[in-house]
Design a protein around this ligand. Structure first.
Ligand code: PBG
Length: 307
């Protein structure tokens, strides 16, 4: 009997996602033993500081990648939206699992929707993308920084620090907190982060055995969509620090891709949409990025410090 070790962060969401992948692997490969290797990452240790200031979300991956390089783990589970557009050389993502809910969630104890918030209400998020879309909907809102894992964020809402917060539906649903969702913020009015709701499993490029075990979990329709979204983001020099949103949907053999770039400063949004055969998803993503730049996104990205 062989053993597969999954390096994982220790947040409740990361542990849920790693347990989920472990269960899927055991089901796909009877007789395979799967164990979690929980680790602290620098990204977790500095959650109270600006991630942009200390090197970005890649920090969440780094320690897990080092563990794989040292031979202490075989693979690592990530929320794909937190995975940098350019993967570290020597690593691969052989499994992208079927996407869960891609939408954002409006969560509030007193208010059912953004439109029902009082003038000047305090809304918590630390995402520039959510900030820009909130300001576009309601320029009067006061958007305040909100960090920490999902339970910490809900705790701050419940403590009265905010009138409402916005976070991912998928994270809430995975933690059994779907009842907290007052409204799904969804396309076409509201777009998620590229690859939001999709879980990816990373391993060493040269580890053929692990790659083939992981490949059994790959969901082709999800992969086609998130690759289009990430191609758009990559062409915009996207990272998590720029207000970029994208959503691709498969319609038969074609992908319909919607994208936007926003300004957290004034809520200006630039939008574009296009379709292409799924086989041309990389080109579709690049072309949508070009269309967004053509429509004025470059100025918004430069203002957000992306270039
Ligand atoms: N930014 C952190 C993060 N990374 C992935 C998720 C949710 C799960 C997912 O999108 O797959 C979250 C929480 C959130 O944005 O509210």
């Amino acid at each position: 009997m062989s053993l597969l070790r999954i390096a994982t962060r220790k947040s409740p969401l990361a542990l849920w996602q790693s347990e989920h992948v472990a269960a899927r692997l055991r089901a796909a490969h009877p007789g395979l033993e799967v164990a979690l290797v929980p680790m602290s990452t620098r990204g977790d240790e500095v959650l109270d500081r600006s991630l942009a200031a200390i090197g970005g979300k890649g920090l969440f991956l780094k320690e897990l990648e080092l563990a794989m390089q040292r031979g202490e783990a075989d693979c690592a589970v990530h929320s794909l939206k937190d995975v940098p557009m350019a993967l570290e050389p020597g690593f691969a993502l052989p499994a992208i699992l079927e996407r869960a809910d891609h939408a954002d969630a409006f969560v509030s104890n007193a208010h059912a929707a953004p439109a029902e918030l009082p003038q000047g209400a305090r809304v918590g998020t630390s995402s520039l993308r959510r900030h820009a879309q909130l300001r576009a909907l309601r320029p009067d809102l006061r958007v305040l920084d909100l960090r920490g894992n999902v339970n910490t964020r809900l705790g701050k809402l419940d403590a009265g620090d905010y009138d409402a917060i916005v976070l991912a539906c998928a994270g809430l649903q995975r933690l059994g907190l779907a009842a907290r969702i007052r409204l799904r913020l969804d396309a076409p009015a509201w777009l998620p982060a590229p690859a939001q709701g999709a879980i990816a499993v990373e391993c060493r490029d040269d580890d053929a055995g692990t790659r083939s075990l992981l490949a059994a979990l790959d969901h082709r329709p999800t992969r086609l969509c998130v690759e289009a979204e990430r191609a758009m983001n990559r062409a915009l020099h996207g990272s998590c620090h720029v207000p970029v949103a994208a959503l691709a949907r498969l319609r038969g053999d074609a992908i319909a891709l919607e994208g936007l770039v926003g300004s957290a400063a004034d809520g200006e949004l630039v939008r574009a949409a296009a379709s292409a055969p799924a086989a041309e998803r990389e080109r579709l993503g690049a072309e949508l990025a070009a269309a967004l730049l053509e429509a004025g996104a470059g100025r918004l990205l430069a203002a957000a410090g992306a270039t």
